[in-house]
Write a protein that binds this ligand. Structure first.
Ligand code: KG4
Ligand code: ZN
Length: 338
C-alpha cells in the first residue's frame, strides 16, 4: 500500500491530493475558471502565475484535511505531460523540491493515464483489460488498457477534441467558458431532435467509415452556419434546442465508437474519463447502449471526470507499487502520446 501526494497543474486547475492506492485521503482542487472567464479560454501565462500562488496553500490543505504529516507520505508525484508547459513546470518543480526536502521518491505521471485511473477511484475492483473512452478538452481517444503502463490507442479525433467542440460551440453562441457544463445545463431543457446535425465520420479509402476515429470540426461549422441562419430570422437564438441537438450528436457519435471498440476487442467494460465524461447526454446514451450489449460502463463521479490530482496520485501509486521511480532530471512536455 502506497500513500502518494500528487500535484496536477497541467491546465487551469491547481490540484493536490493524497491517495492510498485507490483510496482518496484528500483531494483539493482550486479552480482558476473565474480568472480565465473574461478571456473566453485559458491564458497560459496567467495559468502559470495562478498555479504559483495557489499551490502551496493547496498542499497544506491536502495534508491537513487528510490529517497526515510528511512522514506518512511514501512518494511525491506530479503531472509532467501533456499540458501547458509553464503550468506543468510549476507542479513538477514543486513536486521535485518537496521530494528532495522530505527525502521521498518522485514520480512523473502522464495526464491521460490519470484520467484512465479516475475510474479506479470509484471502482477499486476494476482490473485491465478494458476499453477507456477518454474525452477531455484536448483528447478524444479510445484506449485499450492492457496493464498499468501498457496502453494502445485504437481511435482518436482527427480534428477537434470533444471538449474543445463543446467549448467552441458555446463560444460561437456567446454562452461563455467553459462551454461543456453550460451547454449540458441548457441541453436538459431543449429538444435534441430540434435540429438534425451531421455526425462527422472519417471515410476509409476502401469505402465505409473508420470505426473508432471521430471528427467534430464539421459539426462545429454546421452549428455556426445554423446559428447564423437562425440569427437572421430572429435575434433570440433557441439556445436550449441548439445545445440539446449538438450534445445528442456528440453523445451518439462517441457512444457508437466506444461500443464498437469494446465489442471488437471482446471486452465487457468501458471506463470513461476526462471532463466530457461529466456530460449528462453521453452518460445517458452510453449507458443505454451498453445495457443492450451487456457491457459495463464506468463513469467516475463528476468531480473526478474533470482535472484533479487524486487520479494522478492513483496512477502514481500503481507505478510506485511496481517499483518505478522517475529521475529528478525528468522534464515536462506539452505533448506526448500515452
Ligand atoms: O479533463 P478536463 O478537465 O481537462 C482536460 O484535460 O482537457 O476537461 C475539460 C473539458 C472542457 O472542454 C469542458 O468544456 C469539458 O471538459 N466538460 C464538459 C462537461 N464538463 C466539462 N463537456 C461536456 N459536458 C460537461 N458536463
Ligand atoms: Zn484532463
Amino acid at each position: 500500500m502506497a500513500t502518494i501526494l500528487a500535484i496536477e497543474t497541467s491546465c487551469d486547475e491547481t490540484a493536490v491530493a493524497i491517495v492510498n492506492d485507490r483510496n482518496i485521503l484528500s483531494s483539493i482542487v482550486s479552480s482558476q475558471i473565474e480568472t480565465h472567464q473574461p478571456y473566453g479560454g485559458v491564458v497560459p501565462e496567467v495559468a502559470s502565475r495562478q498555479h504559483v500562488e495557489l499551490l502551496n496553500p493547496a498542499i497544506a490543505q491536502a495534508l491537513s484535511s487528510a490529517q497526515l504529516n510528511w512522514s506518512d507520505i511514501d512518494a511525491v508525484a506530479a503531472t509532467c505531460t501533456p499540458g501547458l508547459v509553464g503550468a506543468l513546470l510549476v507542479g513538477v518543480t514543486a513536486a521535485k523540491t518537496l521530494a528532495i526536502v522530505h527525502q521521498k521518491p518522485f514520480l512523473g505521471v502522464h495526464h491521460l493515464e490519470g484520467h484512465i485511473y479516475a475510474s479506479y477511484l470509484s471502482s477499486p475492483d476494476l482490473e485491465p483489460p478494458f476499453v477507456c473512452l477518454l474525452v477531455s478538452g484536448g483528447h478524444t481517444s479510445l484506449i485499450l488498457v492492457k496493464a498499468c503502463g501498457d496502453y494502445e490507442t485504437l481511435g482518436q479525433t482527427r480534428d477537434d477534441a470533444a471538449g474543445e467542440a463543446f467549448d467552441k460551440v458555446a463560444r460561437l453562441m456567446n454562452l461563455g467558458y467553459p462551454g461543456g457544463p453550460i451547454l449540458d445545463r441548457l441541453a436538459t431543457k431543449g429538444n435534441p431532435k430540434a435540429f438534425p446535425l451531421p455526425e462527422g465520420q472519417i471515410s476509409l479509402p476502401e469505402g465505409g467509415f473508420h470505426r473508432y476515429d471521430s471528427s467534430f470540426s464539421g459539426l462545429k461549422t454546421a452549428v455556426l452556419r445554423l446559428t447564423q441562419k437562425l440569427q437572421k430570422e430572429s435575434p433570440d437564438l433557441p439556445v436550449e434546442d441548439l445545445a440539446a441537438s449538438f450534445q445528442e450528436t456528440v453523445a451518439k457519435a462517441l457512444t457508437k465508437r466506444a461500443i464498437a471498440c469494446a465489442l471488437d476487442c471482446g471486452l465487457d467494460t468501458i471506463a470513461v474519463g476526462g471532463g466530457v465524461a461529466a456530460n449528462s447526454g453521453l452518460r445517458h446514451h452510453l449507458q443505454a447502449a451498453a445495457a443492450k450489449h451487456n457491457l459495463r460502463v464506468l463513469f467516475p463521479p463528476l468531480e473526478f471526470c474533470t482535472d484533479n490530482a487524486a487520479m494522478i496520485a492513483c496512477a502514481a501509486a500503481e507505478h510506485f507499487n511496481q517499483g518505478e521511480r522517475s529521475p529528478l532530471s525528468l522534464g515536462v512536455l506539452s505533448r506526448m502520446a500515452i
